[in-house]
Design a protein around this ligand. Structure first.
Ligand code: GCU
Length: 407
């Protein structure tokens, strides 16, 4: 069946009714903070069953090895450590290569920004000592070059998205890994990643996890390993992601309450944007183009979004009361900037119930102007990307919520 045509005209948005994050499935209203954990558990289960699928249990032990370290990296600014971990617990299973920079000047332990990257660790900075990602080379042919710019194998090709020196200078560590280490991003890629390694019941069940689930789960396994690094304060771990990896960051943060702060950069459909708002990418379009991202039940809602028992504002609510930041870009209509804002706005009642200030703005703010308390939001001018402006807001938000120690 042909998916409904994409709507990019605000005047053609149809009315919709969102499920209420503060009403239980059986109709009981959630009126006090003590009643939230039960609703939270219910929502989490609905997202597992209907959207992202179910993640496997946490392995008893995550084997890892430090493969390289240099305490005079980046001209003495940082200690660079490379860690290879085995997220499934099996030493001969898929390997995740974590690149960690820790600022030398900051009092330890330091808070950390964590996020997956699209092009291999070597793409985030020209530092010649970063191990070139073999998995990036292996799977580069599967990249959607038209959407993501020409394939560039060079070191630092994505440095504009990762202002490493600025992050370190502000007293934060940075931990990143190539998302393709967990699963290369194409239909059938599961065979080469953690889903394949852990598969117990092909063909997959309706609620078997999709690739987004696998990437999110891998971030939690990286956090397991960072917890064993004395220089890192994992009680102050921020997780961030762009686009499909923004969807991933939200799902990781929703499930794993150890992530103290969650940032979604232009995550769009299946991320921060409301599914019921017919603007930009739709559930049908995303399932058609990326059949491997979500669980198979999600396909039931192709052009039937009103039947979903959840909507994406409830994904954001699952992060409450922890700080969450949603960022949009004005020219990124495919991701529905307004739908991303509204999702945050409709999650706000949960933050309020839990005694936290929310967005503090009922209207989408003007361009390039951040708003918010425990929830942050901005829409910046420009395209689908991660820019210096975005990072300036994230660092300011982190300074407010997971501050570094005083010298
Ligand atoms: C496509 C896709 C989006 C996704 C984006 C990205 O545009 O339709 O859902 O967020 O790729 O990850 O860059």
């Amino acid at each position: 069946m042909q998916a409904r045509p994409t709507n990019l005209d605000e005047s053609k948005v149809q009315p919709y009714t969102l499920p209420d994050p503060l009403v239980m499935q059986d109709g009981t209203p959630v009126t006090c903070a003590a009643a939230w954990p039960a609703r939270r558990a219910e929502l989490l289960e609905l997202f597992r069953q209907n959207v992202y699928g179910r993640s496997p249990p946490v392995p008893a032990r995550i084997p890892f090895a430090v493969t390289g370290t240099d305490d005079r990296a980046l001209g003495g600014l940082a200690t660079r450590t490379e860690i290879t971990l085995c997220p499934t617990g099996a030493p001969d299973g898929p390997a995740m290569h974590l690149l960690l920079y820790v600022p030398n000047a900051a009092p330890k332990p330091v808070p950390v920004f964590m996020g997956l990257n699209f092009r291999g660790n070597h793409s985030i900075h020209p530092d010649p000592a970063i191990t070139f990602s073999a998995n990036w080379t292996r799977y580069a042919a599967h990249f959607d070059a038209a959407k993501d710019g020409p394939l560039d194998a060079s070191r630092g090709s994505r440095a504009s998205r990762w202002p490493v020196a600025k992050i370190l200078g502000r007293g934060y560590a940075l931990a990143t890994a190539f998302y393709g280490d967990l699963e290369p991003d194409f239909d059938g890629g599961w065979k080469h990643g953690v889903r394949g390694a852990l598969a117990t019941r092909p063909p997959p069940a309706a609620d078997s996890w999709g690739a987004i689930g696998a990437w999110a789960w891998g971030l939690s396994r990286a956090l397991d390993v960072l917890e064993q690094q004395p220089a890192i304060d994992t009680t102050r771990a921020a997780i961030l992601g762009h686009s499909r990896l923004g969807k991933t960051a939200l799902w990781a943060g929703a499930q794993d309450e150890r992530f103290a702060l969650v940032i979604s950069n232009n995550s769009g459909c299946g991320g921060a944007a409301l599914s019921r708002r017919n603007f930009g990418e739709s559930v049908a379009r995303i399932n058609e183009t990326f059949p491997h991202w979500f669980c198979s039940t999600f396909k039931r809602y192709n052009d039937q979004e009103a039947d979903l028992p959840v909507d994406q504002h409830e994904l954001i609510a699952l992060i409450a009361p922890r700080p969450v930041y949603i960022a949009s870009a004005a020219e990124d209509l495919w991701a529905d900037p307004k739908g991303e804002f509204l999702s945050a706005l409709h999650a706000e009642p949960v933050y309020r119930l839990l005694g936290r200030p929310g967005l503090e703005s009922a209207e989408q703010p003007p361009l390039n102007h951040a708003v918010g308390g425990t929830m942050g939001y901005h829409i910046r001018s420009g395209k689908h990307d991660v820019t210096a402006f975005d990072w300036d807001q994230y660092l300011a938000f982190a300074d407010r919520h997971i501050p570094r120690r005083a010298l």
